[in-house]
Design a protein. Structure first.
Length: 328
């Protein structure tokens, strides 16, 4: 399987965990790395440093204990502001800075950030050069194919990124207006790969090993980025890596392996966010895991009624003890 290189960093494979706000915290990123993702990117962090005093923002800072290279994604609209935020994060230990031009969320686009920024190529170019001048680490950008199906300008943005000296570009195969509706298209990604020399990473609707292989072959992308398909299923990276190497399916994780992963995930959430918030965030992740579990819906309902970490952990122990006994 091909390896991916971004700046001076060469990865074991070309499988990447997509940054997802409220999901890909340091706990989930570490688990995905253990399950075969060679590179992960932090949740988007606002470039408005006056907001950084909040607990939420501080969990998104560069963390020296995270696996290297540590990548921070910034969201903003002002070149100087983004440059300053990048400089501060690099000083804290960030080793790659990723720029968010892909988020389609209304509250983000309403301030002309995220994918809405693609409507202003000159501003985007200024941001690229400001970031490039501010820090010496690799700069990457995540974009969509354009604003809407009749205005796809991802190729223009990709060329600006290459000219400004960025190290890689990730492309979600939908426009801003598409949000997550319909099917992702890969023709734009293929076109961009043919037009630029920097690494191109394909993203969008890659949820099986077979789809991963198809997208890599069709677009000739240097890597693929997995987002929603990893929710409650960090094993997808190992499954894809094995298939790309052998053309065979790897065995699904055992109940014991799932349980051990879940326990580690929950303990990490309680530690990162504290008891109250950790318990709440655990419910969200448990909902995704339950989609892949036998009797998962029953577990989800019971889990959501619990309001302490101890009771959540006890339920997991009880559920899997029963499940493992039934499988014997």
């Amino acid at each position: 399987m091909a390896k991916l290189k971004i700046g001076q960093y060469e990865f074991d494979n070309n499988l990447i965990l997509a940054p997802m706000a409220g999901i890909t915290d340091s706990v989930f990123r570490r688990l995905c790395r253990l399950q075969g993702a060679s590179y992960t990117i932090g949740e988007m962090l606002s470039a408005q440093t006056q907001l950084w005093d909040s607990k939420k923002s501080q969990t998104r800072f560069a963390n020296q204990s995270d696996p290297e290279p540590r990548s921070i994604q910034l969201l903003g609209t002002e070149p100087e502001q983004l440059a300053k935020a990048a400089e501060l994060q690099v000083n804290q230990g960030a080793q790659i800075i990723d720029l968010n031009l892909g988020c389609p969320a209304k509250k983000v686009c309403n301030i002309a950030a995220g994918s809405a920024l693609m409507a202003y190529p000159e501003r985007v170019e200024d941001i690229f050069y400001a970031l490039r001048s501010a820090v010496k680490v690799p700069i990457t950008v995540k974009i969509r194919t354009g604003l809407n199906p009749s205005h796809r300008n991802a190729l223009e943005i990709a060329k600006l990124a290459e000219q400004a000296g960025l190290s890689a570009i990730s492309i979600h195969g939908r426009t801003r207006d598409d949000k997550f509706n319909g099917l992702a298209e890969y023709d734009t990604i293929k076109q961009i790969k043919q037009a630029v020399s920097i690494p191109v990473i394909a993203n969008g609707d890659i949820s099986t090993p077979q789809q991963a292989e198809f997208v890599l072959k069709y677009t000739q992308a240097d890597g693929i980025m997995i987002g929603r398909a990893a929710l409650g299923n960090p094993w997808i990276f190992k499954q894809i890596a094995y298939y790309l190497e052998t053309q065979q399916q790897i065995e699904s994780p055992t109940d014991t392996e799932i349980k051990n992963n879940l326990v580690e995930h929950l303990e990490g959430l309680y530690c990162l966010y504290g008891e109250l918030q950790g318990v709440r965030i655990a419910r969200k992740h448990m909902g995704w895991y339950c989609q892949h579990l036998k009797n998962g819906e029953r577990l989800r309902k019971e889990f959501n009624q619990l309001d302490t970490s101890a009771s959540q952990q006890a339920l997991i122990e009880q559920f899997f003890e029963t499940l493992i006994q039934l499988d014997k």
